[in-house]
Design a protein around this ligand. Sequence first.
Ligand code: ATP
Length: 384
Amino acid sequence: MVFIVSEVTTIPIELENYITLFDVPLPTQDEILEIINDFITDLSISVDSEVINEIALSFKGLNEFQIRQILNLAYQNGGNITKNDIHLILREKAQFIKKSGLLEAINFSGTIDDVGGLDNLKKWLYQKEKIFSNLDKAIKFGVDVPKGILLVGMPGCGKSLTAKATATLFKIPLVRLDVGRLLGKYVGESEENMRKALQLSEAISPCVLWVDEIEKAFAGIGESGGGSNVTTRLFGQFLTWMQEKDNMVFIVATANDISKMPPEFLRKGRFDEIFFADLPNSDERRKILNIHLKKRGKWNKEIDLISLITATEGFSGADLESVVKNTIEAAFISGKDTITTEDLLDSIHETKSISDVLKEKIKNLRTIISKFDIQPASASDSKG
Ligand code: ATP
């Protein structure tokens, strides 16, 4: 019997039949506690048991070597282990993400209040926030940790914005999975990268794992050809991980076009919920215009929102933002102090909205959506 120990699982094809793979699991919560207690005993320092428990939770997902390394660093810094060392752990985890090059840590300073409308979706997220802000208590109570959501919808309707704001709302880190980044040139390399990326997301959990434009990320699934075989396998790997997921990674996947997406993805159970972000209705357009005008300090009571709402039927959130931006820029260039309803209307008339550009696509997407059990992201009581 031969034991081969390796960090990577690239097996020569000739040996595949003779090899059985064993994953060495990462330390469990009890094992982490044991590692910390050993460390403390060796150095004869005393640390409060509450601090030990909290630190142990943050260490989750790291291997023994990494845990010992961080404990050493913490001890050298302050001569003891304290609650503040959690920040050190999170910083070190962010370093692991950077070094791995497999996931992208995203800094986002906005909040859920930057999202105009989409009230149904936001209501759902506020409920889950109650779980994430008391995760330990919720798990002990028997609550299942939320798995994640799929946001489908028109381009520029706030899907990415909501994905990022979810992490701020839950007060957990945001990391992006870019499938293109995982593709390697050697046999099995892409699958190995995917495995590592998913493992890494667990290591830094609780976190939001954002998969942007998921339909493009796994494009070509089911088609023939070399490249698409790899994406099919990666997709399968991702699906299995999602199915078996028993961790604190909250997935937010976004998609524009679900017509090519495998139906198994849209089946209930993978995600907690699937939401459709349609073009903003009148009430939502008012809120979005308000947000962007206020953000740039250009909101004033003279602005007649009603006429703006009427003139922007069929505009996306991104269209509305660019109307505000263009108006402010034009006002500045022509030396004005403020902006008026007329300025905004001029800019609206110059803008080609998404409905002008993607008329057919929007119609098709609405038809597809109506065939699935997908919730509207907007509140049902607001008018179109
Ligand atoms: P895509 O599918 O093209 O990635 P998306 O739905 O993810 O589009 P976002 O990237 O979230 O769209 O939106 C682009 C920009 O438009 C946002 O950064 C934001 O400034 C503005 N925007 C879109 N929707 C909203 C909204 N509901 N509230 C406020 N701003 C919005």
